[in-house]
Design a protein around this ligand. Structure first.
Ligand code: EPS
Length: 386
């Protein structure tokens, strides 16, 4: 299983090729669009999201609503392209647009320009933009549809915005994630189940916005119904924890990842951390706590898979920070401001869900692999009854 995304933020579209999905999987296009809409939402988004109405178009790999087993190609239109046709033209221009030369601290502006030798930072920002995450959400949404027949569901919620968040670590066991929690999350403009906290988070973002500033925060991604045995300790890069770490840190602005109790586990002793295993009367396995976040030895243990991701604040500030003009080499008091979001943590959570779905799809295909969904399900059912 692999995928590639392509496309500049203000180019005509995002293009995605996904290879390795089994044949015979029923695809709900509307469900992909729903996930794309969820990513576009959340309090703190800027003007661009009023322009875009993300929706996916299939160009290959699906016939009469089912996967063929051949590569799936998807396209998401950038509606803003009409305003950028000259500035982003693939053809040479007689008169070039004014180059962007002032770099924003914290953005890919400086490193990208130095690395690729660009004199116009526009050449960097276009691909470094988080617009690319729309493509990943489309891939994740396809993956979610594969995970569904195996009983796996994936959710996310926001735990903190800047310094405003849950006071105590939330429990991590199965009963801490009832369906009602996710209903509350989906109804909250902050994707936070606590209405009072939602209000405080919004107030925090508003305060930052008024000051010309931005906010980061923490979201949590949870996979429920994950079977025992995905991932492996046999090599470093087979460990599911490592694969989730890579996937989550690939999200723009991600600066830290925790699994289960995470950093808190380092502060406690072994007897306070390790999850006692029990065998139920019905033959099922369960753990009394879930500080491991559903992974032991790099392998899923049947408990909820819980990953938290910390996003730094967005580097485009309405009150710009000091910077350097790359053209003149001059130190300047204020870099430029470009239209931007103030906070993207709720959207980040939706991208986190997609990355979790992608990692679990890879791991599921490794364990129950097959060329058709039917074949995979046969392998899965055989292993469940063993
Ligand atoms: C982004 C800047 C903004 C964001 C964009 C990421 O876009 P624009 O420059 O067009 O105002 O809206 O995010 C998206 C377009 C998106 O779909 O999430 C940046 O500089 O990274």
């Amino acid at each position: 299983f692999r995928f590639l995304t392509a496309g500049e933020s203000h180019g005509p579209c995002l293009t995605i090729i996904v290879e390795g999905l089994p044949a015979g999987l029923e695809i709900d296009r509307e469900a992909i669009d729903r996930d794309l809409r969820r990513r576009q939402g959340g309090y703190g988004r800027g003007g661009r999201m009023k322009i875009e109405k993300d929706s996916v178009r299939f160009l290959s790999g699906i016939r009469h609503g089912r996967t063929l087993g051949s590569p799936v190609t998807m396209q998401i239109e950038n509606r803003d392209w009409v305003n950028w046709q000259q500035a982003m033209s693939p053809e040479p221009l007689e008169e070039l647009p004014e180059p962007v030369t002032r770099v924003r601290p914290g953005h890919a502006d400086f490193t990208g320009a130095m690395k690729y030798g660009h004199r116009d930072v526009r050449n960097v920002i276009e691909r470094a933009s988080s617009r690319e995450t729309a493509a990943r959400v489309a891939v994740g949404s396809l993956c979610r549809q594969l995970l569904q027949p195996f009983g796996i569901s994936i959710h996310s919620h926001v735990l903190a915005i800047a310094d405003v968040g849950y006071e105590e670590p939330r429990p991590l066991t199965r009963d801490a994630y009832p369906p009602s929690l996710w209903e509350q999350v989906e109804a909250s403009p902050m994707r936070c189940a606590d209405p009072a906290l939602t209000e405080r988070m919004i107030a925090r973002i508003l305060e930052a916005k008024r000051a010309g500033d931005t906010c980061g925060g923490v979201f949590e991604v949870v996979a429920l119904g994950v079977p025992i045995g995905l991932g492996s300790y046999s090599q470093w890069d087979r460990r599911l924890s490592a694969r989730l770490g890579l996937a989550m840190l690939s999200i723009p602005s991600a600066k830290a990842v925790e699994i289960g109790a995470g950093l808190e586990a380092a502060r406690r002793t072994g007897s306070q951390v390790h999850d006692v295993l029990r065998h139920g009367a019905d033959g099922s396995w369960y753990h009394v706590t879930n500080n491991a976040g559903g992974i032991e030895g790099g392998i899923t243990n049947g408990e909820p898979l819980v990953v938290r991701v910390a996003l730094k604040p967005i580097p485009s500030l309405a009150h710009p920070l000091p910077a350097v003009d790359l053209a003149s080499g001059e130190n300047i008091d204020q870099t430029r401001y470009e239209r931007s979001d103030v906070c993207v943590v709720p959207a980040g959570g939706v991208v986190g869900e997609a990355m979790m779905a992608i990692v679990l799809t890879e791991a599921l295909l490794e364990k129950y692999g097959g060329d058709s969904l039917e074949e995979m399900l046969r392998h899965f059912q055989a292993s469940q009854s063993a």
